[in-house]
Write a protein of this length. Sequence first.
Length: 282
Amino acid sequence: MMENSSNDFPVFSHWQFIREKDGVLLARAKDEAGKSWVIKTFRKPEFRREIQAYELLQSLGVRTLRWQRSGQESIALEDLTTNPHLRLANPEDMDDPSIAVNLAVWYRQLHEAGSHLNETILKSLYSEINFFNLEAFSNIAKATNSEKLHFWKFLDENYGQIQGKLNFLQPTLTYNDFYYVNMAVMRDGPAALMFDYNFLGWGYRAMDLLNVQSSLSPITGASFRDAYGEVDAKEELACRFLCPLTSIAMAIERPSLPAWFEEEWQKLTSGELEKAIRDFLG
């Protein structure tokens, strides 16, 4: 890992624009030694949290790509297209159990390091759990014209008890944004890691693990979970309703509903989420 703690940012040349999306500009450039880097510039202030995420992970000893600050609003990451040791993951890697096992090692390192963070610091970070609140539920009901659905009354009546039990779970650092385009794999060795930390924050292990498994084949997902090890059973129960509800809350804030919305909504209307909450409170 590499960082630049001074305000004397490195000089880059031979700039090549890659793309701009959602206020994040990507470009490729070379440093004075001719090494290639990918420069991420964050036009939106809230997305600059990714720079702090790299700093935090470095302080905790969690493996990341090599990086350095390249400005007040930007960060330089080692270019995986020219890296002799690491490569960008591809769709085929999602079906490779050996890569899933190596990925589990990285997730376990992340979660273990995060579990030792001061809770005040931890809970100052981004969190999908912040979408689990009464205001968000009201917004969902209005957006879906489902105000009269029994589930909302049930959730409102039990919200305080749910929150009380959630407070007994141990929060930790969670990645929250798994997909192969955010993964680097060792070319000739047993290692895999995630990069792109815009949604790094706090949550529960079970939520993060489900986020990974939902993108893996059943066999590869099973290899991932076996390699990761056991998780608190209460977290597993909480995940059964937290993940769908927070996903629905985030989905309705988008300009258009994502393809996966209907599957999550079906869990709510079928009674699956109410049963999950009852099991959690049981």
